[in-house]
Design a protein around this ligand. Structure first.
Ligand SMILES: [Zn+2]
Length: 333
């Protein structure tokens, strides 16, 4: 990336909030603007809302759209990366929306779309926990369990951009039902969503006063902080539940180690942020127990460090890279 390059906008489109950031020197967020991702009546409303979030960020930075090189958008998958189209992301109420084209038309800057997990991992790679490594696998347990790989210093996409569905690796044949329709996926055992379903059973059995107080049996209210509070209160049943999920995560990490021979595994998301070292430790121990000794020996396990900025920085970096590639090949735009 050229040192004198114009700043790039990075945008994280989430199910509940959207965040736009101005990224300078490829790695520093110098202005931010946040908005709620409200219920929308028609797809154009989402585009308009995103444009107004971008404009808020530009205003915050005291610049105009023509002063930025590009906009990178991190959006929940599945996305068609080639055409910049949102396919059918959960919670956004849109389908087959050519987001990059629509945003580019309104803002007058090139727009590149990336899936949010890849963007988050790439952000950690260029500016966060995974700096300095060339082979990194990322696992992000949340409602689901996102995954991504950086191999030879590049995001790995597979033939259609769908690579990295680590959460849907079968680890328990015939096991618990997963959101994807399969049984026994890693996501069905190790995600926060899976933990929440188990916690509801604990609450019903009277085994977690803390979760009962904070969330009742409402799975949608069982945020990462709710589990952290129950652990802080010393609730044995919750500690066991969380350790069990971390153990499963480590099992998935072990397979990634065996397949990709990475230098580092990055784990991130709200759960990792809120549960911290004890959670990472259990996952890492399980990884070391299950992976091949010679391969896992030097693998570092790192907690993601950039929080909300990761996807913003990563999306901006992917956009900047695409722009540079297009310029180098002399292609359109
Ligand atoms: Zn699945």
């Amino acid at each position: 990336m050229a040192g004198n390059m114009k700043p790039v906008l990075g945008f994280d489109l989430g199910g509940t909030k959207m965040l736009c950031g101005l990224v300078e020197n490829g790695r520093t967020v110098t202005a931010r603007y946040k908005k709620k991702t409200k219920e929308i009546d028609k797809p154009e409303d989402l585009v308009d809302r995103m444009v107004s979030c971008v404009e808020g960020c530009l205003k915050e930075a005291g610049i105009r759209a023509k002063d930025v090189a590009a906009l990178g958008v991190a959006a929940p998958g599945p996305v068609d990366l080639k055409t910049g189209t949102l396919l059918n992301p959960p919670n956004l109420g849109v389908q087959e929306l050519p987001l990059a084209k629509l945003l580019s038309r309104k803002l007058g800057v090139p727009v590149v779309l990336e899936n949010d997990v890849n963007a988050g991992l790439y952000g950690e790679f260029v500016a966060g926990a995974a700096q300095g490594f060339s082979h990194v696998v990322g696992l992000f347990p949340g409602t689901g369990l996102g995954g991504g790989m950086i191999l030879n210093g590049e995001l790995y996409y597979g033939v259609s951009g769908a690579a990295g569905e680590i959460g849907h690796m079968t680890v328990q044949p015939g096991g618990r039902l997963c959101g994807c329709g399969n049984r026994g996926c890693l996501e069905a055992l190790a995600s926060r969503g899976a933990m929440a379903r188990e916690a509801a059973v604990l609450v019903a059995a009277g085994k977690s006063p803390t979760i009962a107080k904070l969330a009742g049996t409402d799975i949608s209210k069982m945020k990462s902080s709710v589990f952290a509070d129950a652990i802080d209160a010393g609730e044995e049943a919750v500690i066991e539940l969380v350790n069990n999920a971390a153990w499963w995560l480590g099992l998935g990490m072990a397979s990634c180690v065996n397949i990709f021979n990475p230098e580092a595994i990055v784990i991130g998301g709200g759960l990792v942020e809120k549960l911290g070292k004890s959670y990472v430790k259990v996952a890492e121990a399980s990884m070391r127990e299950h992976a091949m000794a010679a391969i896992v020996k030097k693998v570092k396990v790192i907690a993601a460090g950039l929080a909300d900025d990761a996807a913003v920085i990563g999306a901006a970096a992917v956009a900047a890279k695409n722009l540079a590639l297009n310029a180098a090949s002399g292609s359109r735009e």
